[in-house]
Design a protein around this ligand. Sequence first.
Ligand SMILES: C[S@@+](CC[C@H](N)C(=O)[O-])C[C@H]1O[C@@H](n2cnc3c(N)ncnc32)[C@H](O)[C@@H]1O
Length: 239
Amino acid sequence: MTDPTEEDVTMTFKEDPETVARTLRHALVGDDLPDSFTLLGREWSLHRGVWPSTLSAATEVLASMVPYPEGGSFLEVGCGTGVIAVTAALSGCTSVTALDINEKAIANTVANAERHGVSDRVRALHSDMYTALAPTDRFDTIFWNVPWTYVEDGYALSTDLHTAVFDPGYRGQARYLAGAHEHLADGGRLLLGTADLGDRERLDAVAEQTGLRVELLRSVRRIEEVRVMEYYMLELHPK
Ligand SMILES: C[S@@+](CC[C@H](N)C(=O)[O-])C[C@H]1O[C@@H](n2cnc3c(N)ncnc32)[C@H](O)[C@@H]1O
């Protein structure tokens, strides 16, 4: 029988990092991964090494929930495939900036902006958080669909995809919150998309340290399973 104290120690994470890392390895090297996917009624290019936006329902749900500033400017941190940045442009934002620490995500976002005819209003920059922005860059809305999986500080982000899922010590989210005020326009809105697999208490603590208060704007419940299923119809014969 498992010692319950031992179980408590090993279950400090809401998601088992090893299980998540296995999914990432599949998304990186699996030869069954397509080079495009359908989401929100549109077809999107998927570059290898970029977080596939359909691995969870997060992108679809959050892209549908973001209050895009119509006629205004939108900054997406961590754009990945660019679904949310491009959706912002298609939803009436006149200028969209998309940032990602993963260089492959920048090419992917550029490809999707071209694919959907919004290259004139979407610029994508390779950036660790806000570093590629000019100090004068200001936005009406700033948004990040965060890597919500908490792992201890020092956890190795060994592939490009790890940065999409794991946030060691929630330092990324801390930097996101702390640096936002330098790029928010007057009256601008700072938004963060996460899920119940994220550690809300830690996020609240990080916000508190930055002098911010977290308000829940909206929640959506989806039934999903993050794994590939194979179904079999078997026929049985006499031996
Ligand atoms: C959960 S994924 C979301 C991707 C995309 N927005 C989507 O919805 O499909 C988080 C993204 O944040 C990016 N990211 C992680 N740390 C970052 C950092 N320090 N600066 C910029 N982007 C970062 C990851 O590379 C990843 O693309």
